[in-house]
Design a protein around this ligand. Structure first.
Ligand SMILES: O=C(CO)[C@H](O)[C@H](O)COP(=O)(O)O
Length: 272
């Protein structure tokens, strides 16, 4: 079926992806609609092409990374990949990988990781990221900062002009002790951007969301750009009570973006 403007991830070099994205035959020849999840899957499958047998792999967290973990498991089952060791970045990913039979380990046993694949909430033109809207930023950062290669997989909705530019949360993991005090201090750090700090909650009762590490998350909402990101990062990390923040600066080596026009691969070394 020739569909003129199908993105290039439908190419014959990737039949599984093509199959995954083909619309059912009952759908008429009106322009095919690809969902955001189709794009996430396309980016994830493309990233897994960079995985080789024998690698130690950082396994990301979230709805995009989940597709990559599924695909790695599929290639292991097929025997196309062998001797993979996964380092999961959350309990959720750990559970998914265990259920799929991916051999797992941790940072205590593997201090260097060959490749990590993970999603992101925002990607700026310099490949700086916001991560952690899924709540796993601490383990993600611990794993992804020791990777030789860190491939970020996103659909095009995650591209922003500047960090914070989506108007959505920039998460900060904080210890539960006197979190209100820490939230106020965080908000005050960025008062010139009319920043609002909010505790992340779950359920109707407003119970605090608790991370895999037993901490809380304070989400920061910026109304404008926060300026020098390294300075902002240092200021946040200097606050006692802060464990880690969701800005991943200068960490991604490659970003794979899937969208209406197909797949774009941005490499740090080429773009900087
Ligand atoms: O940082 C993350 C989890 O902590 C996720 O990678 C990020 O939230 C993107 O998630 P999704 O792929 O579901 O859009």
């Amino acid at each position: 079926m020739a569909i003129p403007y199908l993105p290039n991830f439908m190419g014959s070099d990737n039949p599984p992806m093509a199959a995954a994205l083909l619309l059912p035959s009952s759908v008429p020849l009106s322009p095919p609609i690809f969902s955001q999840d189709d794009y996430k899957k396309a980016a994830a499958y493309k990233a897994v092409e960079f995985v080789h047998s024998g690698m130690v792999l950082g396994l990301g967290t979230g709805s995009t990374a989940k597709h990559a973990v599924d695909r790695i498991a599929e290639l292991l089952r097929q025997g196309t990949l062998k001797d993979i060791v996964g380092i999961p970045t959350s309990k959720k990913t750990y559970d998914q990988a265990v259920s799929l039979g991916i051999p797992l380990s941790d940072l205590d046993s593997h201090h260097v990781i060959d490749l990590a694949i993970d999603g992101a909430d925002e990607v700026d033109p310099h490949l700086n990221l916001v991560k952690g809207r899924g709540g796993s930023l601490l383990r993600e950062k611990m794993v992804e900062c020791v990777c030789k290669k860190f491939i970020v997989i996103v659909d095009e909705s995650k591209l922003v002009e500047y960090i914070g530019g989506s108007g959505l949360a920039m998460p900060v993991e904080v210890v539960p002790y006197c979190w209100k005090f820490t939230a106020v201090r965080l908000q005050n750090l960025f008062e010139d951007t009319d920043c609002v700090a909010k505790l992340r909650t779950v359920g109707d009762d407003g119970e605090p969301y608790v991370t895999d590490n037993g901490n809380y998350i304070v989400d920061l909402y910026f109304k404008k750009a926060i300026g020098d990101l390294k300075v902002a990062s240092d200021r946040i990390l200097r606050l006692a009570g802060v464990v880690e923040h969701g800005m991943f600066l200068d960490m991604a080596t490659t970003v794979i973006v899937a969208g209406e026009l197909g797949i774009t691969i941005k490499n740090k070394e080429l773009d900087e």
